[in-house]
Design a protein around this ligand. Sequence first.
Ligand code: NAI
Length: 327
Amino acid sequence: NAQIPTIAVTGAAGQIGYSLLFRIAAGGILRHRPFRLRLLEVEPALKALEGVVMELQDGAFPLLAGIDIGSDPREMFDGVNLALLVGARPRGPGMERADLLQANGAIFTAQGRALGEAAADDVRVIVTGNPANTNALIAQRNAPDIPADRFSALTRLDHNRAIAQVALKTGAAVSEISRVSIWGNHSASQYPDLAHALVDGRPALEVIDDDAWVEHNFIPTVAQRGAAIIQARGSSSAASAASATVDAARDLLHGSAPGDWVSMAVPSDGSYGVREGLVSSFPVTTSDGNAYIVPDLELSDFARRRIDASVAELQDEYDAVSALGLI
Ligand code: NAI
């Protein structure tokens, strides 16, 4: 039935996939609508993926209308309305950054092209696989027939981590915290920003009343949370990354909460001095599958420097993948 929306997930046999698929199957993104899943993996992981499919079947999810798996992006992206690009090549021992960009470049050029050829006209693409911003840039540039603003990279996990730290610090409920912002790259250079955040309607910085904590505790804790989780857990954050991917997709399609915003890395339109085309995180509102950069926020000198530093890193990655001929 052509009316049933199709969600593609790449890297579906990986650790994020193992959480993500069950959250999606339970209605986490499309809520009450039936949908199909298309799961893309590399050939050697297809057997493991068959096991995951067996478990999905065993969940007897009422909304899950069908599952296809395969290793050909063109086939798996055929007619998809939402593509969650989670699979990526992790940095191996001794791998230089250029090697990492090249290995992922091969994946995201191919997937971008396949999306451009095969996806539905209304496709939305969210890249979780790292380096997420630059992978999204590569996919977007290799799908010139898809409007650039359909592509985004996940900084919702950073956004959620920032909310969690403010909740822990202030004792406020997560639901009382709004207008947190993540700027720049999904990397340690990101700038988690509380300047416009509210706690129960009051300026968060006033409620926190501890500038040293914000600069020396909050910012590094959020920016380096991924490393802290690897240290504690022995492997990288997976369930929280899956949860953030669900949050990002759900809010993109159904809209961010009135009066609040979310963080998402989107192709810059030049806002806040971020060079046009770089996929950089901004505070955005969302509705009906579109993200709108929140305009006219005032930035302190400190914020300006932090954002510029993270955007400079994105520019370096841009130059590197451009030199490799990937965009
Ligand atoms: P994982 O290594 O457990 O799973 C990745 C899966 O992707 C593997 O099963 C692998 O076979 C598959 N894969 C590799 N190349 C592929 C291709 N060309 N097509 C389809 N599948 C392919 O990794 P995990 O923990 O699930 O993480 C996935 C990615 O998400 C990593 O790049 C990780 O760094 C990133 N990540 C991003 C976060 C964010 O906030 N943006 C947070 C946490 C992780």
